[in-house]
Design a protein around this ligand. Structure first.
Ligand code: SF4
Length: 288
């Protein structure tokens, strides 16, 4: 693993993402090394010869001079890294950023695959609004281990429960959904008692990893080869339409709220679980 410190001018940048006015990425690169990582395009903007997942630039920035400027603004951590990758334990750059913004009135959304976030519970409580999302796209630890180097699914679920019990809003980000492998309903059933929001996003295969993932499916799930061929080579959307309908019916039967492509997710802590179907999300962002 190649790790180096880098000095940057700013840690916050404006973003068009639906989840924030600003995005903050305390690291460049991500050691979770997910095989399907949409952020791996970032490697082009670095001088790193190592593959994605095998380098990490640790960012240092001048202290935020006027944190009150972010009062009422929403800040997303992180769009192209995991703010709690395993090296955060040592370098504490996410913790440094939260410390600088604490009590500023900023609304924070964090997205992670790690339970290291529990270390910062004291700081999270200093924000008026905070939401923590955990990426969980399987309950099968073997498949998870094939796909990423982050902590186990069980540890993510335990962390979600602990944050929810501390009155922090939680999101289960079921993404990417692998056709025939990810069972969103089983995941929702597992987390529904300590989760405020579920986001569903389909696997979108493009760039370098399309070949890798299709090859993985061929080797490990040969019975799914035709399905993947239909979806990713013939662009069929039938699978996603059927799955969306199954989840909608499941939501109705369980009195959960269900929406398509809803960006405004500000709801009281005790509101019913909201399930948002964000299939083909990247197309929606592009249109916007
Ligand atoms: S955790 Fe997110 S940013 Fe990190 S490798 Fe996985 S998908 Fe990419």
């Amino acid at each position: 693993m190649n790790i180096q410190a880098v000095q940057v001018k700013n840690i916050l940048s404006k973003t068009n993402l639906p989840v924030g006015d600003y995005a903050a990425n305390p690291y460049i690169g991500c050691t979770h090394a997910c095989k399907y990582c949409y952020a791996s395009f970032m490697k082009r903007f670095t001088n790193h010869p190592e593959p994605w997942g095998e380098f990490l630039d640790v960012k240092f920035w001048p202290e935020i001079k006027n944190p009150a400027k972010y009062n009422g603004k929403s800040i997303f951590l992180s769009s192209v890294t995991d703010p709690y990758n395993q090296f955060e334990e040592k370098y504490q750059r996410t913790r440094a950023l939260l410390t600088q913004l604490a009590n500023s009135g900023a609304k924070i959304t964090l997205q992670t695959k790690s339970d290291l976030i529990l270390r910062d519970l004291d700081l999270l409580k200093k924000f008026k609004e905070v939401r923590v999302g955990f990426s969980i796209n399987t309950l099968d630890e073997k498949f998870k281990n094939d796909m990423d180097c982050a902590v186990s699914i069980e540890r993510r679920i335990d962390a979600m429960r602990e944050l929810y019990n501390a009155k922090i809003k939680t999101t289960c980000f079921i993404s990417p959904i692998f056709p025939g492998i990810t069972d969103p309903i089983a995941i929702i059933q597992r987390v529904k008692d300590f989760c405020n929001l579920v986001w569903l996003e389909n696997l979108n295969l493009r760039g370098d990893f399309k070949y890798k993932i299709l090859n993985y499916i061929k080797q490990n799930y040969p019975a799914l080869t035709n399905l993947y061929n239909e979806i990713y080579n013939h662009k069929s959307r039938i699978y996603w339409e059927d799955l969306g309908e199954q989840v909608r019916e499941f939501a109705e039967q369980n009195n959960f709220d269900y929406a398509r492509n809803q960006d405004n997710i500000a709801r009281p802590f005790d509101a019913p679980l909201l399930i948002v179907n964000y299939f083909y999300h990247s197309e929606i962002i592009k249109k916007k």
